[in-house]
Design a binder for this molecule. Structure first.
Ligand code: GLC
Length: 549
C-alpha cells in the first residue's frame, strides 16, 4: 500500500482480535473430512471442545462484516497445530494450520480476501515456548546429548538427591513450580506456563535462527505482522536466580524483565523491517507498569507497539482512568513511543463484565478506547456489548479460568446463532441474551451499541485529531474524564461521565461552540448527535465533541 510521508499504517489502524475457536464455524464437513483423513486429532481435547470450535473459513466469511464495522486490521490468535492444552498457545508446528481450523490454503484465501477489503492481518507469534509435542522438544528431551537439548532450558535439581526444582519460580495457571522433572534424562526443564509449554532457550543462536525462519515463512505469505506472545519472557537471566520470597507466589511470567530480551527484539525488528510492506511487531509485555512496558519500544528499534495493560486494571472509575491516561501520555511521550490500548482480550473478563454488567458503561468505554492517543485493539464481541458467559463447573475447560470471555460470538438469533454446529452444542455456553444480542439483530437497530461503534469508528477515521493528535487532559469535576485531541488544526474533545448523576462540565469553547458528533445515547439521551453541546453530561454518558461552524 502507498506510503510516502503518511503515518505508518499501524499508528492509525484499529485492530480487531479474533480468537479463532470462538469466532465462527462455517465448514464442519471439511473439518470432519480432514480429521478422518488424519485418523483424528492427536492429543486434542474431546467432544464439543473439538467439534464445535470455529474455523478459518468462518472468519473469511465474516470479513464483509468486519469491513462494515469499520476496523482496519485483524489479529488472529493461534491457529497452528496444537494439542490445545492452552487452546492453541501451545504450538507443535509453527508453520502450518491445525486441521481443526483448516489448511494453509484456507489461510492464504483468508489473507487474500482480507487484503482485498483493505484489512491487514497480523498473527500471534508464540515465541517464548512451544508445545511439549513440538518435534524440537521431543528431540530435546530424548537424551542429554540430543541435538536440540540446548534449545530449551534444562538444569539439575537442588538438594542431595536433586529432587528440588532449580529455583523458586512459579508457573502461571494452577499452582506449582515453573519446572518439571524429566524422569528419563534426570533434569528439570523450565516452563513459565504449563508443563506442556516448555520455554525456548533464546540465548541459543540456533533458536533465534529457527524463529527468524518462522517469521519469514509468514511474512513471505503476506501477513502484516505479529502479536508477540509474552515477549518480555524471551530473555532469561542466565543465573536463573531465586526471586525474593515475598514475590515467589506471583507467577514468574509477570516478573521476568531481563535486558537480553531487548537485544533479541532488535534482531527481530531488523528481520521485519527488511520487508517492504511495513509489517508491525505488537508485543504482549505483561509487566505491571507503563514504564516497564515502554522500555520495550527501545529507540524505535524494538517493538512498534506494546499493549498498555495498566488501563485494563481500572474499574469503571474516573480517578483510575484519569491516572492511567496521564501516565501513558507522560511515559510513552518521554520515549517517543506510540501507545497501544486494549480493554478486553481472550485472557481477562470482558470490560462490560468487569464494569458490573452495564451496557451504558460498555458504551462509554468505547469512547476511551477509540478516543485515546494511540492504536486501539478491540476484542471480537466488544462491538456487540457482549458480557462473559456463565460457565457451569462441568463445562469449564481452560486451566487458566478464562472460558467466560471466550464464549462463541452469536451471529444471528437462530438457536445455533449462525454456527454450523450440526447437532453439537457450542464449545462453550453462549454469552448472555444471545437471541437478541447478536450481530444480525443489532445491525438492524440504529440505537444499538454496534451502531454506536460504527459511528465512532467512522468519526475516528475521518479525524486527524483522533487518529494522530496529541492528547491533553482537561480540568473537570472528579467524576468526569475529558481530553482534547488536536492535530494540524483539527480538534476533538472526548468527555466521559462516570458518575450516577448529571454533571456540569464547562469546556473552553471554540468560536462556533462545541457540537456533539457522537453520543453514547445516539439521538436520545441528554445530548443528541448533531446538536450543540449544552455544558453537561448525563450519568455514565460519553460524548465526542467537534467544533461547530
Ligand atoms: C499469553 C496469551 C495467553 C497464553 C499465554 C501462554 O499471555 O495471551 O492466552 O495462555 O500467553 O502462551
Amino acid at each position: 500500500m502507498p506510503d510516502g510521508d503518511a503515518a505508518p499504517w499501524w499508528k492509525t489502524a484499529v485492530f480487531y482480535q479474533v480468537y479463532p475457536r470462538s469466532f465462527a464455524l462455517a465448514d464442519l464437513g471439511a473439518r470432519r473430512a480432514r480429521l478422518d483423513q488424519l485418523g483424528g486429532l492427536a492429543g486434542a481435547a474431546p467432544g464439543a471442545v473439538r467439534d464445535s470450535a470455529g474455523d478459518l473459513e468462518g472468519i473469511r466469511q465474516r470479513l464483509d462484516y468486519l469491513a462494515w464495522v469499520g476496523i482496519d486490521a485483524i489479529w488472529l490468535s493461534p491457529f497452528q497445530p496444537s494439542p490445545m492444552v492452552d487452546f492453541g498457545y501451545d504450538i507443535a508446528d509453527f508453520c502450518d494450520v491445525d486441521p481443526l481450523f483448516g489448511t494453509l490454503d484456507d489461510f492464504d484465501c483468508l489473507l487474500a480476501d482480507a487484503h482485498a477489503r483493505n484489512l491487514r492481518v497480523i498473527i500471534d507469534l508464540v515465541a517464548n515456548h512451544t508445545s511439549d509435542q513440538h518435534p524440537w522438544f521431543v528431540d530435546a528431551r530424548s537424551s542429554r546429548t540430543a541435538a536440540l537439548r540446548n534449545w530449551y532450558i534444562w538444569r539439575d535439581g537442588r538438594g542431595p538427591d536433586r529432587a528440588t526444582p532449580p529455583n523458586n519460580w512459579t508457573r502461571a495457571f494452577g499452582k506449582g513450580p515453573a519446572w518439571t522433572y524429566d524422569e528419563a534424562t534426570k533434569q528439570w526443564y523450565l516452563h513459565l506456563f504449563m508443563p506442556e509449554q516448555p520455554d525456548l532457550n533464546w540465548s541459543n543462536p540456533e533458536v533465534v535462527e529457527a524463529m527468524t525462519a518462522v517469521i519469514r515463512f509468514w511474512l513471505d505469505r503476506g501477513v502484516d505482522g505479529f502479536r508477540l506472545d509474552v515477549v518480555h519472557g524471551l530473555g532469561k537471566d542466565p543465573e536463573l536466580p531465586d526471586v525474593p520470597a515475598e514475590r515467589a507466589a506471583l507467577p514468574y511470567c509477570v516478573q521476568n524483565d531481563h535486558p537480553s530480551t531487548h537485544g533479541i527484539l532488535r534482531e527481530l525488528r531488523k528481520v521485519v523491517d527488511a520487508y517492504p510492506h511495513h509489517p508491525v511487531l505488537v508485543g504482549e509485555v505483561f509487566l505491571l507498569t507503563a514504564r516497564q512496558i515502554a522500555a520495550y519500544y527501545g529507540a524505535d528499534d524494538e517493538l512498534h507497539l506494546a499493549f498498555n495493560f495498566p488501563a485494563m486494571g481500572c474499574d469503571f472509575d474516573a480517578a483510575c482512568i484519569r491516572r492511567r491516561t496521564d501516565e501513558a501520555t507522560r511515559v510513552f511521550g518521554e520515549v517517543n513511543a506510540w501507545p497501544a490500548w486494549v480493554l478486553s482480550n481472550h485472557d481477562q473478563p470482558r470490560l462490560r463484565t468487569r464494569y458490573g454488567g452495564s451496557e451504558r458503561r460498555a458504551r462509554a468505554a468505547a469512547f476511551l478506547l477509540l478516543g485515546w492517543r494511540g492504536t486501539a485493539f478491540l476484542y471480537a464481541g466488544e462491538e456487540l456489548g457482549t458480557e462473559d458467559a456463565e460457565i457451569p463447573p462441568e463445562q469449564t475447560v481452560d486451566p487458566g479460568g478464562r472460558d467466560g470471555c471466550r464464549a462463541p460470538i452469536p451471529w444471528d438469533p437462530t438457536p445455533n446463532h449462525g454456527w454450523e454446529l450440526d447437532s453439537q452444542p457450542a464449545w462453550l455456553p453462549w454469552p448472555p441474551q444471545a437471541s437478541v444480542r447478536n450481530a444480525e439483530t443489532l445491525s438492524h437497530d440504529p440505537a444499538s451499541i454496534l451502531a454506536l461503534y460504527r459511528r465512532l469508528l467512522a468519526a475516528r477515521k475521518a479525524s486527524p485529531a483522533l487518529t494522530l493528535g496529541d492528547l491533553e487532559l482537561l480540568a473537570t469535576p472528579e467524576s468526569v474524564v475529558a481530553f482534547r485531541r488536536e492535530w494540524e488544526g483539527d480538534v476533538r474533545v472526548v468527555v466521559v461521565g462516570f458518575g450516577k448523576e448529571e454533571c456540569a462540565v464547562e469546556l473552553e469553547a471554540p468560536q462556533g461552540g462545541w457540537v456533539v458528533e457522537v453520543a453514547t445515547g445516539g439521538e436520545e439521551g441528554l445530548a443528541g448527535e448533531g446538536t450543540a453541546y449544552l455544558g453537561r453530561i448525563g450519568p455514565e454518558e460519553a460524548l465526542l465533541l467537534k467544533p461547530g461552524r
